[in-house]
Design a protein around this ligand. Structure first.
Ligand SMILES: Cc1ncc(C[n+]2csc(CCOP(=O)(O)OP(=O)(O)O)c2C)c(N)n1
Length: 346
């Protein structure tokens, strides 16, 4: 049976690249801020990997190293009271949304001062005050929840936008289709961001999906879409910003596929043998964190200025590690209130 040609052009993705942009001094300041945030996330995770190796962290640890420009660029396009919902690869997104690195590391360490009082761990970062609504472990399971959050915003008329992040492994899961379908039907103020880091655990996209362009999934629901290859954090901010504007002003959802790459294994227990060193090295040459540093240098920041900024990040990370190390374990009495021995038993 012939397949109908897809979609009106309003649903075509933006082409990447375009004319070279002129950078202003406001861009320099902005990029300096975003570079600090990306570096903070990277250094927090490097120290978390160390903490894991030292036995300070129990359970899983999925690192975001390599993908920082997605969280930082996308969240830079939000207002502080907008919402974010994401997967278990949530550390970078939590920090970019405003969570204190100390609260995040204490959570990883399982300490009482963690954002979820040490009970959630790596996959369940929550920070209600900053609109960080998790941190979920079931692939794709959070996508309908995110649509529910956006529905609440529309119902209340609070003007907030929800960003929902997930990996490319989630787009073949029912939850993705339920969440996107309802968002399209009810015209919800939400932006779905697929962080396509090329592997779902060890499975490349080509072995799990019949099309290579994830953003095409938007066509089935008649919503707008975009697709970009991440190298420049400012470009992520700008492109996600367009979708956020559409969500806020016209209550229209968008699906954005962001092509990125994770430099570590799926989790700490994955030696990532399904890819070659050459492939990894090639991706590292496009590391958005290093690229931001180079751009800052080109735009006029000298080594001493960059070092000042980087020392500030180092100090913040060292404080966060100390905070986690020095924080107490949860009191055992919390078990009664949080397990089936507690209020849920009756
Ligand atoms: C419903 C469900 N199936 C399987 C798993 C096990 N699992 C955890 S992460 C993962 C891979 C998901 O890959 P992707 O969505 O691309 O995200 P990434 O880890 O690359 O960020 C799988 C299969 C799960 N958590 N939930």
């Amino acid at each position: 049976m012939p397949v109908e040609s897809p979609a009106p052009s309003s649903h075509e993705p933006h082409t990447q690249g375009g004319p070279p942009q002129t950078r202003t001094s406001a861009d320099l300041e902005r990029l300096g801020h975003l570079y600090s945030q990306m570096l903070l996330i990277r250094r927090v995770e490097e120290e978390s990997a160390r903490g894991y190796a030292e036995g300070k962290i129990g359970g899983f640890l999925h690192l975001y190293i390599g993908q920082e420009a997605v969280a930082v660029g996308a969240l830079a396009a939000l207002k502080p009271d907008d919402y974010v919902v994401t997967t278990y690869r949530d550390h970078g997104i939590a920090i970019a949304k405003g969570m204190a690195p100390g609260a995040l590391m204490a959570e990883l360490w399982g300490r009482q001062t963690g954002c979820s009082r040490g009970l959630g761990g790596s996959m369940h970062m929550f920070d209600k005050a900053h609109g960080m609504l998790g941190g979920y472990g079931i692939v794709g399971g959070h996508i309908p929840l995110a649509s529910g959050v956006a529905f609440a915003s529309k119902y209340r008329g609070d003007g907030r936008v929800t960003l929902c992040f997930f990996g490319e492994g989630a787009v073949s899961i029912a939850g993705f289709h339920e969440g996107v379908s309802l968002a399209a039907l009810w015209k919800l103020p939400i932006v779905f961001i697929c962080e396509n880091n090329e592997y779902s655990m060890g499975t490349p996209l080509s072995r799990s999906m019949s099309v290579e362009d994830v953003s095409m999934k938007a066509l089935g629901y008649g919503i707008d879409r975009d697709r970009l290859f991440v190298t420049d954090v400012l470009e992520v901010e700008q492109r996600v910003g367009e979708a956020v504007k559409r969500a806020r002003e016209s209550s229209l959802p968008t699906l954005i596929e962001v092509r990125t790459y994770r430099f570590r294994g799926h989790s700490m227990s994955d030696p990532a043998k399904y890819r070659t060193q050459a492939e990894l090295d090639e991706h590292k040459t496009r590391d958005p964190v290093h690229r931001a540093r180079t751009t800052l240098a080109t735009m006029g920041l000298n080594e001493a200025q960059l070092k000042l900024l980087e020392d500030g990040v180092e100090h913040e990370v060292a404080e966060a590690v100390l905070f986690a190390d020095d924080s107490p374990d949860p009191d055992p009495s919390i078990l009664a209130a949080t397990t089936y021995e507690g209020p849920f038993a009756s």
